[in-house]
Design a protein. Structure first.
Lengths: 107, 180
């Protein structure tokens, strides 16, 4: 197991992992049509950004990164509440609606 | 040891993230999301963000995913959808190109600027095994209730607005029929 002890993950590893997570979330938003799953993919992207904030806070020795993550979490919670409220009211009117059906809102 | 933790948590995060976008049943997607969120919480602990790891598990995995599951059950969309048909054929290749492009650009930026990240703060107070273990919480509290106290107060207004707005959005107006 000595070769495992030799390599320790650096900040770059965490940032690359966050980039991959963000990319997966972005692909999910572009591909999926169920508005609930699109919301989950937005959560994936928010978590990727949080991860890079925390990694940089450790690397730069600044607690401000963790404070930002704290506020991002609060805003994400508020965003999920409002978004799910909108989805519930759309689905109540048109059961089984996908993101394509909402284009009927265009004027 | 650190490497083992990183590899295991990264595997949790990536498996969960791919699960969210490929599972056809929204309930399975929500459960995959929990796997990803727990992996991110492990990463937070590995990066000395102990308080945020606890908040991640309680708020994200506890509250937000439960809210998702509630809405899925409330709307009755807990059945598999057909992912094989794609009404707009070039959408998936285009999405893959965009996703790989985003990943490639960010990875290139990170790798090329990895020596440009310099220490600029006074350092994180790492929880000490011999001293008190909550130095991270104290340091974060000084930052939130000291430097960023105005933003913290604005956050409370945001939460009230979100709650009131959601109640208004989902309220059924009396007398105007079932579906309004």
């Amino acid at each position: 197991m000595s070769f495992l002890a030799a390599a320790t993950p650096t900040t770059t590893w965490y940032l690359i992992l966050a980039a991959v997570l963000f990319g997966i979330g972005a692909v999910g938003v572009l591909v999926r049509r169920n508005p609930l799953v699109m919301f989950m993919c937005i959560e994936l992207m928010l978590n990727a950004v949080n991860l890079s904030f925390v990694a940089l806070a450790k690397k730069m020795g600044d607690i401000g990164g963790q404070t930002t993550v704290f506020f991002v979490m609060v805003v994400a919670a508020a965003e999920v509440v409002v978004g799910l409220g909108i989805i519930v009211s759309i689905m109540r009117r048109r059961p089984g609606a996908t993101a394509d059906d909402i284009s009927a809102l265009k004027g | 040891m650190e490497l083992v933790v990183f590899v295991l948590a990264a595997a949790m995060i990536l498996v969960g993230a791919v699960g969210v976008i490929v599972r056809s049943n929204p309930v399975h997607a929500a459960l995959s999301l929990i796997l990803t969120l727990f992996g991110v919480a492990v990463m937070f602990v590995a990066q000395n963000a102990h308080f945020l790891a606890a908040v991640q598990v309680i708020v994200y995995a506890g509250a937000i995913v439960v809210l998702f599951l509630f809405v899925i059950m409330l709307l009755g969309v807990d059945r598999s959808e057909d992912l094989s048909s794609e009404p707009f054929e070039v959408q998936r290749p285009l999405a893959a190109i965009v996703g790989l492009g985003v990943i490639g650009l960010v990875v290139a930026a990170v790798v090329s600027s990895r020596d440009a990240i310099t220490v600029r703060g006074t350092g994180l107070n790492v929880a000490d095994t011999v001293g008190d273990g909550d130095t991270n919480i104290k340091q974060l509290a000084r930052s939130v209730f000291g430097d960023y106290v105005v933003a913290f107060e604005v956050t409370s207004v945001l939460l009230v607005v979100a709650v009131v707005g959601t109640v208004l959005l989902t309220r059924r107006v009396k007398g105007s029929g079932k579906d309004s």
